[in-house]
Write a protein that binds this ligand. Structure first.
Ligand code: ATP
Ligand code: MG
Length: 321
């Protein structure tokens, strides 16, 4: 068994990319490991500047995770800001982290390249993330491909500290799924809560179908053959399809004479079936918010116990005690 940790930002509602890249791993890994999964509200503060919206996203994301199968009897589910030890550890790690290391991080670089305003929170984001991971002696961090660089930064920060002050932190490894490391959104770019290109996990069938119909396609004439690899609609179809179903669809692409509408319909039907149970479960949970609040409170207590131990170890190592 190993210590597994991962977080999701309450910057909007979780989507297919979050599920197939990360959440699905949380649920598989909770079986034989010690899972710590959190709603990263401190991270979300760099984008969500509306108190009511942030509170709502935290509850919605918790409901989504529980509905999808995260089991609080098997894993610890909590809200990041309820473990203040992590913020303290973050400060300890900020000292000693070279500016250059953070300047190379993509999330920050992308914003700068686009000429968007970036704040010091976004710049130091990978250090808070390192504190999240290190505070629980995490060995494995299930994530999508976009987070691999940040796990490397975390290892780098931990190694520097261990080198200067003696063995203190466990070095984590990323766990990334080959077939869904970067799920495309409706526009073919990485599906992201902040890009308005997401396909939702929950909602009415009608609304979700409408979103699926929004998936962009090229204007290929019906009779033209097309290569499925690299087509984002085909990639989205593949998320739900068996090997046989994928080959059948690939053959249709290569043979020509089919319409994209047909593929979208198949995607809609497959996704409805895939998430039907979770959608039912969510409706139940919505009626039982007290239970959800209790789960988060218990989770925070358990998480704090672990984080306090690691914080104290780090404080002693660097001379703060
Ligand atoms: P934001 O746009 O606010 O950053 P996001 O959609 O990127 O939101 P996060 O909360 O940052 O979602 O990420 C939660 C987890 O989901 C992370 O492990 C991340 O790597 C993974 N993830 C996010 N988008 C995708 C995607 N398109 N494909 C696969 N994994 C993804
Ligand atoms: Mg993200």
């Amino acid at each position: 068994p190993c210590r597994v940790l991962s977080g999701i930002q309450p910057t909007g509602r979780p989507h297919w990319g979050n599920y197939f890249g990360a959440i699905r791993q949380y649920i598989d890994l909770q079986e034989n490991n010690q899972g710590f999964y959190f709603i990263a509200d401190l991270h979300a503060l760099t984008t969500v500047r509306d108190a009511e919206a942030l509170r709502q996203h935290v509850i919605d994301t918790s409901l989504d995770l529980l509905a999808l199968g995260l089991d609080p009897k098997k894993a610890t589910l909590f809200v990041q800001s309820q473990v203040p030890e992590v913020s303290e550890l973050c400060w300890i790690l900020l000292s000693g982290t070279p500016m250059g290391l953070l300047q190379r991080c993509v999330a920050y670089k992308e914003k700068m390249d686009k000429g968007l305003p970036a704040d010091a929170g976004l710049f130091s984001y990978p250090v808070l993330q390192a504190a999240d991971i290190l505070a629980y002696d995490s060995q494995l961090v299930p994530v999508g491909a976009d987070q691999v660089q940040h796990i490397e930064v975390c290892r780098d920060i931990a190694q520097r500290f261990n080198h200067q002050f003696g063995d203190t932190f466990v070095l984590p490894n990323a766990s990334v799924l080959d077939d869904s490391a970067k799920v495309p959104g409706t526009d073919g770019e990485k599906m992201s809560k902040s890009y308005d290109n997401t396909l939702p996990l929950f909602g009415t069938t009608k609304k979700i179908r409408k979103q699926i119909m929004r998936i962009t396609t090229d204007s290929r004439p019906m009779e033209d053959p097309k290569e499925p690899e690299g087509d984002h609609l085909y990639q989205l179809f593949s998320l739900f399809a068996s090997e046989d179903q994928k080959q059948e669809m690939a053959a249709k692409y290569r043979g020509g004479g089919f319409g994209y509408g047909e593929v979208k319909k198949a995607v809609a039907e497959a996704s409805e079936e895939h998430f039907a149970k979770a959608r039912e479960k969510r409706l139940e949970l919505e009626q039982n918010l007290d239970y959800v609040h209790q789960v988060l409170a218990d989770g925070a207590t358990r998480a704090r116990e672990v984080a306090a131990g690691v914080l104290s170890r780090a404080q002693k190592a660097c001379g703060l005690r």
